[in-house]
Design a protein around this ligand. Structure first.
Ligand SMILES: C[S@@+](CC[C@H](N)C(=O)[O-])C[C@H]1O[C@@H](n2cnc3c(N)ncnc32)[C@H](O)[C@@H]1O
Length: 270
């Protein structure tokens, strides 16, 4: 199902040359993420067969996926026209539209509903950031990090995608932002000691392995500090998160700028 973040026609298939190893693995190793596996395999196979340098990159960048790339390209239909190849490229780019939009971070503020419709007061209302040291996990292009930096003493933005890290660093330089530092890092194993931050926040990051991810967010938060889940507004109703409530998070609701339900969460670390 499309999340409406990209116009795939505007993207070159070379965008896949900007993917990180973990993204290639997620995309190729297990295609359970797509509801139409046959369509994905055909599109990816055809596009990769027609773009050998992209296939080469995916295999070199993610050696554990090399045999999958070979299988996709070997099984791709032969003798496709240029028009069919472009249609396959567009279908493949659309299938991973989150990864595709991260190759053009400058478009995210306008293209992604969670950024376009969001008001930073939603963050400020959840916890007092004044003078605090905050961490934004999976910071993306920095929606939460740069908002927090208006109040906090220091903000660390951890983000595993290089194009997004560079976007945030460029913004810091361009705008002379003195209190944000950007670094690599996965939510499953954050590169910080225990009890480091007053505020640990994220949006659209946890969910794949909730227990492990929440434990890691909690580990790096100081006792008495706040854990925040702030997904931003959405053009679709966001669901309530009973699993977070069960784990001791407070759930708050508002109707967002698109007239849809948004649920945000916080938990004070004891
Ligand atoms: C939909 S974006 C949200 C970006 C930002 N948190 C926001 O709300 O504006 C999801 C982000 O999570 C990052 N991400 C994906 N897998 C991750 C992981 N395992 N650990 C940390 N971040 C991850 C992505 O690179 C991307 O920046």
């Amino acid at each position: 199902m499309s999340i409406g973040w990209i116009k795939a026609k505007e993207y070159s298939f070379n965008s896949f040359l900007l993917l990180e190893r973990f993204q290639i693995r997620l995309m190729l190793e297990n295609d359970a993420w797509t509801h139409d596996k046959a369509k994905w395999r055909k599109a990816a196979g055809l596009a990769l067969a027609a773009n050998p340098s992209v296939a080469w990159y995916l295999k070199r960048r993610c050696p554990e996926c090399a045999s999958i790339v070979d299988k996709l390209t070997t099984e791709a239909p032969k003798g496709a026209s240029a028009r069919e190849v472009r249609a396959a490229e567009i279908a493949a780019l659309s299938s991973v539209e989150d990864f595709t939009i991260y190759t053009t971070p400058e478009k995210m503020a306008q293209s992604c509903d969670f950024m376009r419709g969001w008001n930073k007061e939603r963050l400020f209302g959840l916890a007092d950031l004044s003078g605090k040291t905050a961490l934004d996990v999976g910071a993306g292009s920095g929606r939460l990090a740069f908002a927090a930096a208006e109040k906090a003493a220091w903000v660390y933005a951890s983000e595993p995608v290089g194009t997004l890290r560079e976007f945030m660093r460029d913004k810091i330089t361009k705008e002379g932002i003195a209190n944000v530092r950007v670094l690599d890092g996965f939510v499953e194993s954050l590169p910080f000691p225990d009890n480091t931050f007053d505020i640990v926040m994220s949006g659209h990051v946890v969910g794949d392995d909730l227990g492990k991810e929440l434990a890691e967010l909690e580990r790096v938060c100081k006792p008495g500090g706040w854990l925040l889940n702030v997904p931003g507004d959405s053009e679709n109703d966001l669901p309530s998160q009973p699993e977070l409530i069960r784990r001791g998070w407070e759930e708050l609701h508002y109707v967002g700028s698109f007239g849809k339900n948004v649920f945000i969460h916080r938990k004070r670390k004891t």
